[in-house]
Design a binder for this molecule. Structure first.
Ligand code: SF4
Ligand code: SF4
Length: 424
């Protein structure tokens, strides 16, 4: 196996016009709330905001990668950078990395994270020869961190204020130590937020340099509406340059980062090609495992017009298909649901009854049935609206965010509920 570090277009200035990168958008959830982030948009740590990405399952991502390398053979790096945080979605992230490594032994692998939950995965990242990890560290002083993060959710516990910032910082620094002990290149991103941490970025560079970080990336904060920081102006380019100059005494600087979107593909700085975006869209409409034959979509409904029934209350499933060359789904049949009771056995029975369905559209679902169904290859969507519209959204990949129930918006890939309750 030959993995050539020098082919990484982000870390090697000379490669950036020759080699491309692809971000696989497999990580929708986040485990912290940055006060500059509105998750209607992609993660600011690595992505240009304002663009909503498709989210893929690991197997869909591999299918998309297969198509993308055919269309763009100069791709040398596969990265995972959102649209949430890769390690708020560790199963999806690690499975994707395993699949890519198995199928592309020469590919460079790269992840970008807020660092809260990466520590436990570093041993396997090393085994998989993930060569580059980016940690976004905006503050080395928890008092300043407390102004930047609204909450942090770790191991099912919520933290706020200084305690949240301490927890995040502790985990980030432990991760940095272990990354370096594992021989992985560590890039530090720091977002310059005027009046909050602009005088502090140099401390971040100094502290992370002492711990062995390899390269530093000062990113100007991007003003995003509907956030706590929406009234803070973006930093002046002169301020950014002066911070880069000061931090360069501690660490080499990355200056050509394009803050790519979570589904960026191709040469840095160039727009995603339409042909590649079409492949992404198509991959997102496939079953969770694209090689499984799952022609149908199941729906729970009280009267057969609206998606208006909780999974637990369903006594039957309405089954739909989409004929070839049509854009209107057709009703196929009704299947009696397993009787209530029986705990997880009931959900396993549902999974087996719907084993030819790629998705189940419901008006509500608990975490335990959702997990059983997803593990069995059935995507579960919590929606409010007309059946035909929802089913056709599954087959065509059309944006269904208008139909998404608020409480489920993370899972359905579009937005943060803003409740502070996290989404994991
Ligand atoms: S780490 Fe999470 S909250 Fe922060 S910018 Fe990324 S997605 Fe948003
Ligand atoms: S966001 Fe920056 S580091 Fe990540 S792929 Fe784009 S240019 Fe490279």
């Amino acid at each position: 196996m030959t993995i050539s570090i020098e082919k990484h277009p982000c870390f090697n200035d000379e490669s950036r016009h020759t080699f491309g990168r692809i971000h696989l958008p497999v990580a929708p959830k986040c485990n912290i709330q940055c006060n500059y982030c509105n998750r209607k948009f992609d993660c600011l740590n690595e992505n240009r905001p304002g663009v909503t990405s498709k989210v893929l399952t690991p197997h869909q991502a591999l299918l998309y990668l297969d198509k993308a390398v055919k269309l763009s053979p100069n791709i040398s790096v596969v990265g995972i950078a959102g649209p949430g945080d890769p390690f708020a979605n560790p199963e999806e992230t690690m499975e994707t990395l395993r699949l890519v490594r198995k199928n592309y032994p020469d590919m460079l692998l790269c992840v970008a994270t807020n660092g809260l939950n990466v520590l436990d995965y570093i041993d396997e990242l090393k085994e998989l020869q993930v060569s580059h990890v980016t940690l976004t560290i905006n503050a080395i002083d928890p008092q300043i961190g407390a102004e930047i993060y609204a909450w942090v959710r770790h191991r099912k516990k919520m933290y706020r204020d200084t305690r949240a910032a301490e927890m995040l910082l502790h985990n980030q620094l432990e991760a940095l130590k272990k990354l370096k002990a594992s021989g992985i290149t560590a890039k530090i991103n720091a977002i310059i937020i005027p009046g909050i941490n602009d005088r502090h970025i140099v401390d971040v560079a100094r502290a992370t340099a002492e711990m062995g970080a390899d390269i530093f990336n000062c990113l100007p904060y991007y003003n995003t509406r509907e956030t706590v920081f929406e009234n803070i102006p973006e930093p002046h380019p002169e301020l950014v340059t002066s911070i880069q100059r000061k931090t360069s005494q501690y660490l080499p600087q990355m200056k050509h980062c394009a803050r790519c979107r979570a589904d960026a593909v191709g040469i840095i700085g160039q727009d995603n090609s339409d042909a590649l975006m079409k492949q992404l869209q198509e991959a997102a409409t496939m079953p969770r495992k694209p090689d499984e034959h799952r022609p149908y979509v199941a729906v729970t409904s009280m009267e057969g017009v609206l998606i208006n029934q909780h999974l637990g209350e369903a006594d039957r499933f309405l089954i739909y298909s989409m004929p070839e060359n049509s854009d209107r789904p057709v009703f196929v049949e009704s299947r009696e649901a397993p009787p209530a009771g029986g705990g997880s056995m009931r959900w396993e029975a549902v999974a087996s009854q719907l084993s030819d369905c790629r998705a189940l559209l419901v008006n509500g679902v608990g975490p335990s049935p959702e997990k059983v169904l997803k593990t069995s290859g059935i995507d579960v969507y919590t929606l409010d609206g007309v059946i035909e519209e929802g089913v056709s959204g599954i087959y065509t990949g059309k944006d269904m965010s208008q139909m998404s129930r608020i409480s489920q918006m993370h899972a359905c890939k579009t937005s943060c509920s803003g409740t502070g309750g996290g989404c994991g």
